[in-house]
Design a protein around this ligand. Structure first.
Ligand code: PLP
Length: 377
């Protein structure tokens, strides 16, 4: 039986979300933008889901929620959509952002925007001081993720947002909270950001749906044009069932935060302790800083992570190396590069990520299997 330790890539769909998905797919199968009773029924379900999502994200204004087709799209809408709506043509992002933010920002540089990439410490943390002492022009947008998907490091987004607003009046702050939602409050207020990205399949909802929470007064230029859905901010026929199911998963995940954190931390810590004790030189990345409880990033000196990953797969352990690209192959990680890892060191690292349905004892069992696999290499 496989021990699935790749929840940061996609976690198991929660039963309430699966039920909501099936139910909504049958009941609200029509185009929610239509002008008949079946369309109105679908639209009502959509707007009810929007109200519930808004309340989970701490806003009384359902209009603040823009539903998207993924976390990637929400990140693109934040970075590109907000930049296009501003006069200032400069943005800043941290060096450890997900590629959805990084490549969206890089695409803007091809249209004359200035990009400041904010470095991180050896542990992967953004220094607040560095954010406000940008060498370039004043940014219109700053994007710093709440927590990193490869190494789990949590960023001081609130302090960054406060300092940035003092230094650069009018700046818009975006945070990608995709990996943090299962264990942390990610409301606009708690994060201090003007824009928050979420992705459904990271907290137990279906894939292909996400959202961007947009604080009041933030201007956004649409990046997908068409029928004017989402108050003109994101066109495209509504995925009503996906949205309803995502919101059901959001509610379940928000309710389960304390339990999720306690369960995954216990399994993750047991896993890491056993690995560090059992494999000479194994090091846990960013162990000393604030990290998500469910992500473990480990370097095995002298071991080619690609090989280990294949052997682990054969042994029934699903883990991840680098960040999976479209072909399924691992690419060198820009995150580890930003932390100062050499290419060789980065090639010795694997990510193990735990989830809401990780069972008690799985961390220890997985560590035993990983150590046995390492011994057989
Ligand atoms: N942001 C982070 C931090 C992620 O981990 C991911 C998924 O890997 C994304 C954005 C993209 O989300 P989606 O898979 O919904 O496009």
């Amino acid at each position: 039986m496989t021990i699935y330790l790749d929840h940061a890539a996609t976690t198991t769909i929660r039963p309430v979300a699966m039920e909501a998905l099936e139910d909504a797919y049958v009941r609200f199968d029509r185009n929610a933008s239509g002008q008949h009773v079946e369309a109105r029924r679908a639209k009502n379900a959509l707007e009810e889901a929007r109200e519930r999502a808004a309340s989970l994200l701490g806003t009384e204004r359902p209009h603040d929620i823009v539903f998207t087709g993924s976390g990637t799209e929400a990140d693109n809408l934040a970075v590109i959509g907000v930049s296009l709506a501003q006069d200032r043509r400069a943005i800043a992002i941290s060096a450890v952002e997900h590629k959805a933010v990084l490549n969206a920002a890089l695409s803007l540089t091809r249209f004359g925007y200035t990009l400041d990439t904010i470095p991180v410490s050896r542990s992967g943390v953004v220094a607040v001081d560095r954010v406000v002492s940008t060498p370039g022009p004043q940014p219109a947008l700053i994007s710093v993720m709440l927590a990193n998907n490869e190494i789990g490091v949590i960023q001081p987004v609130r302090e960054i947002a406060e300092a940035a607003r003092l230094a650069f009046p009018g700046v818009v702050v975006h945070t990608d909270a995709v990996q943090a939602f299962s264990c942390d409050e990610t409301t606009l207020e708690a994060t201090g950001a003007d824009l928050v990205t979420l992705s459904s399949h990271k907290f137990g909802g279906p894939k292909g749906v996400g959202l961007l929470a947009v604080g009041s007064g933030v201007l956004i230029e649409p990046i997908i044009h068409g029928g004017g859905q989402e108050a003109g901010r994101r066109a495209g026929t509504y995925n009503v069932a996906g949205i309803v199911a995502m919101v059901a998963a959001m509610e379940a995940a928000a309710e389960d935060r304390a339990g999720f954190s306690a369960r995954t931390r216990a399994e993750r810590d047991a896993f890491e302790s056993a690995i560090v004790a059992g494999f000479p030189g194994a090091t846990v990345t960013a162990r000393g800083v604030d990290r998500l409880p469910h992500i473990s990033h480990i370097r095995f000196p002298g071991v080619l992570a690609e090989n280990l990953l294949i052997r682990l797969d054969q042994a029934g352990i699903a883990a991840a190396a680098g960040s999976a690209c479209q072909s399924g192959a691992a690419e060198p990680s820009h995150v580890l590069d930003a932390l100062g890892f050499t290419e060789e060191e980065a090639g010795e690292c694997l990510r193990f990520s735990f989830g809401w349905d990780t069972n008690q004892g799985e961390g220890w069992r997985a560590a035993t299997a990983v150590l046995a696999t390492l011994a057989g290499l």
